[in-house]
Design a binder for this molecule. Sequence first.
Ligand code: URA
Length: 202
Amino acid sequence: EISLPPREAEPDSLDEIAKMVTACRRCALWNNATCGVPGVGPGDARIMIVGEQPGDREDLEGKPFVGPAGQLLDRALAEAGIDRGSAYLTNAVKHFKWTPRGKIRLHQKPGAGEIEACKPWLLAELSRLAPQVLVLLGNTAARSLLGPGVQVSKMHGLIEAPHLASRVILTVHPSFLLRQVDEMKKEIEFRQFIADLRLAVV
Ligand code: URA
């Protein structure tokens, strides 16, 4: 069962949200994670970018998008003309979900219950920041804020969701690009990713 924090405990700043995320136990993922990973970025960011969940590096460093997917995102943002430092980056789920595979911690997709449990944090970040542009990277971010019917393989680009932000962009997750084995397809998808991100620049 998911319960919101009592009213008096509602966070009223991004810093406070970050502190509460670090200590969050709303689902079981904290058990195997190093720490909760809150969003980072300026409190007056115009663009908010939402990923899936922290990966191995992010879990160790406590910051979003610092591993391989983050590096690819950095390249794409630079090509799209977006300064990463001026955007607010966060995830739909704030703890790393993984399973041991030999010496590595293999990423596992968060389930519907974990996405729901974490959604109040994402909504708190969104309402505190009130960005003009919201960029959803992949299906987990889309599922959290738009519902389970939305799939990035079926639609991408500008999405009509004025209750979230005046411009909402749905695009692929950079990990999807990292997984592509066909170099040509990877390049085509990367170009499309940049084109989607450019929609954030108005
Ligand atoms: N993938 C994500 O969705 N978020 C991160 O922070 C890192 C990898």
